[in-house]
Unconditional design. Structure first.
Length: 148
């Protein structure tokens, strides 16, 4: 089992791994996915990732299960789930960095497996919608999905 600096939520039993530097907006993005789209917390700030068979599973370390840090409010107790199969990795990039309009498919390698990878500006209003769209289409568009 690998313990990494990342947050994670589940949406329709699919895990979304969110990583980026401290203060980049991981917890805020999780909160918006939970509050606005019905996601459920897996882990905030630290995630345990384990490869079982061909699936990467995510859980929270025992000491932070069901806890979400809400900046300016405090630590909130939240419903949570564990051992959810990961389906997408989301890398938070600085707001001044450019994100490709039509990126080639990318993968994020972790714990002996890999996931489709997208890059997001965490505080854009559309960030949660972009994540859920990428989850539905399996990551970034490829040349065959020109109208994705």
């Amino acid at each position: 089992m690998l313990n990494i600096h990342a947050s994670c939520v589940a949406w329709q039993n699919q895990g979304i791994l969110i990583f980026g530097p401290s203060g980049a907006g991981k917890s805020d993005l999780c909160l918006r996915l939970i509050a606005e789209h019905g996601a459920v917390l897996i882990a905030d700030d630290r995630s345990e990732i384990e490869l079982k068979g061909e699936k990467l599973l995510a859980a929270a370390p025992a000491n932070i299960r069901g806890k979400l840090e809400v900046r300016g409010v405090g630590i909130a107790d939240m419903p949570f789930v564990s051992d959810i199969p990961l389906a997408l990795a989301v890398q938070i990039v600085p707001p001044d960095s450019e994100i490709e309009r039509l990126p080639l498919p990318q993968r994020y390698k972790v714990a002996g497996g890999s996931l489709p990878l997208i890059k997001i500006h965490a505080f854009e209003a559309s960030a949660p919608a972009k994540i859920l769209l990428a989850l539905k289409i399996g990551g970034t568009c490829d040349e065959k999905q020109q109208a994705c």
